[in-house]
Design a protein around this ligand. Sequence first.
Ligand code: ACO
Length: 311
Amino acid sequence: MGVGVLGTGHYAPMKVVTNKDLEKIVDTSDEWIRTRTGIEERRIAEDDMDTSEMAFQASLAALEEAKVKAEDLDLILVATVTPDTPFPSVSCMLQEKLGAVKAAAMDLSAACAGFMYGMVTAKQFIETGVYKNILVVGAEKLSKITDWSDRNTCVLFGDGAGAAVIGEVSDNKGILSFELGANGAGGEHLYQDANEGYLQMNGREVFKFAVRQMPESSVNVIEKIGYNKEDVDYLIPHQANIRIMEAAREKLGISEDRMATTIKKYGNNSSASIPMALSEAAKSGRINDNDLVVLVGFGAGLTWGAIALRW
Ligand code: ACO
């Protein structure tokens, strides 16, 4: 038995905020944002669209594709750093919206690596035979913790949600290997401040960490299962900065068209970035049956995670 993805879904809010729009509110330029980050625009949720509602929209699509009924879910895991409220959890709100009456529900906080942590957690419950169908979601309304007067951070982030239903797949398919990690000593480089509740970041330090960790973890999960870099068909990195993503791609030696790059239109969606990119890649046919896919993320904590997946 393998443990893999039965269906994916994603949701991006309608409102588009371009780099030109941001030029009107902070001292920045379209050119600076594009060349330093790869971002061209991002989606921002309206006031009445909170994290749980975006999670709900993405989950409906994932359940439909997986042909799994909400009432057959055993567990809901939501990775988020921007819950509607600290409690009740987004996962409980989602359980209610979906009518997933049998499902246990909990949120998971590992920032941009959250979806990786969720997938790996789901795998354990299914492999041990405890649960059959698990919904893993990454959902963020980062716009509500963004200081819109701080050009160092406000140009980077966007809102959205991605979801995957995890369950049994055939032998030799699904999650083949993973790596999770954390380094709490780096917590000071990326955090939510206690006073105003804004995201604060030492961009250079996070960059240095990510540009080393993403390539390293990507290679580790491949080597763990005895494959070579050449065997990788598709790379889905956390969408934080195109230059960091390129470092991972170059380390694996794969061509540009085999890396998901949703960053251009969505920016950095934290825990939602990877599942949104995964869902888009699966739906557009960029991932095909039997492809070896590497998912890799890093985030506040500091945390990181990578998965090698046979589609
Ligand atoms: N527009 C114009 N200038 C800017 C902007 C902006 N939006 N933001 C910063 N600058 C300026 C800085 O003030 C600095 O000016 P100075 O030299 O006069 O001080 C100059 O641009 C260069 O700044 P650097 O920090 O050297 O720029 P860098 O090339 O490192 O790019 C960036 C900055 C994009 C933030 C980069 O460091 C980065 O991507 N870091 C990683 C961030 C990241 O991945 N964060 C997400 C983590 S995931 C999570 O958990 C949410």
